[in-house]
Write a protein that binds this ligand. Structure first.
Ligand code: ZN
Length: 268
């Protein structure tokens, strides 16, 4: 059964232009700081794994109804893993948490942004090492327990050009076996989980493992330790190294191995 459209903005607009202005431009910082969107939009352009169909937005109703009011409603379908999304631990670790089992404390936390873009510009298959994370700590202080660590490879600037972003523009198994983009090394993944007790790890590429990975060791190292991953993040270059919060709330798919994610950062 179709839902009634939200009419609040409409009614306010009729009542007074001041309310209409407030409606069109809500308070820019309801959480007490500047907000940065870390999410790519979902559309036909959105990058999914080459073996997946991609995001499909099916047009439904759009127009003035017989009763004289405007109404619009569509449908979408999509794989769990594509666009900006969360990987739940169960994605690569049997018996671990699905999307609805990830505690909110792993999704809303202090953030750190580690700029690894220079190394990734030199080698598009780069696997971020523990030494790089320790170099970040030497410059900016230790990664706090319970933090969300965001790896800025610079690859978000290539979105949504599949060849430049994924290293292969094709679809299917053949394309999936020939991907080239940076990720996290298994050693660094295990260190972040064990030695730093991070809440989650995020990256601005299609996967937390580098494109050529066959055994997905960073996924397995994180997820075996209940640490979820955020993939295909956007705008990490707009963040400072420290001093911000991350709010990364996925669609709450019961039993999901992953889910579309709306991720933002809150700066002071
Ligand atoms: Zn995924």
């Amino acid at each position: 059964m179709p839902r009634m459209p939200h009419t609040t903005c409409h009614l306010r607009a009729l009542v007074a232009s001041a309310f209409a202005a407030a409606c069109a431009a809500p308070s820019p910082a309801p959480l007490g700081g500047r907000l940065v969107d870390l999410t790519h939009p979902f559309s036909a352009e959105t990058v999914y794994w080459p073996t997946e169909e991609g995001f499909v937005h099916e047009p439904g109703l759009r127009g003035v109804t017989e009763r004289g009011y405007y109404y619009e409603a569509h449908r979408f379908r999509a794989a769990e893993h594509g666009g900006t999304h969360v990987d739940a631990p169960v994605h690569f670790a049997e018996g671990r948490s699905a999307v609805d089992g990830i505690p909110l404390e792993r999704l809303v936390a202090e953030g750190v942004r580690v700029d690894v873009s220079e190394a990734c510009a030199r080698d598009r298959d780069h696997a971020v090492t523990r030494a790089e994370l320790e170099a970040f700590e030497a410059a900016h202080g230790p990664i706090p327990r319970g933090a969300i660590v965001l790896l800025e490879t610079g690859f978000a600037s290539r979105w949504p050009d599949r060849l430049r972003y994924l290293g292969h523009a094709g679809r299917g198994e053949e394309a999936a076996a020939n991907l080239h983009f940076p990720g996290l090394s298994a050693e660094a993944a295990a260190w972040l989980a064990d030695a730093r007790g991070v809440a989650a790890v995020g990256i601005d590429t299609a996967s937390i493992d580098p494109g050529p990975s066959r055994d997905f060791e960073a996924h397995r190292a994180l997820f075996g330790r209940e640490v979820p991953a955020f993939e295909n993040l956007a705008n990490l270059g707009a963040l400072p190294p420290r001093g911000f919060r991350v709010v990364a709330l996925p669609m709450l798919i019961a039993g999901g191995s992953g889910a579309p994610l709306r991720a933002i950062a809150v700066l002071p």
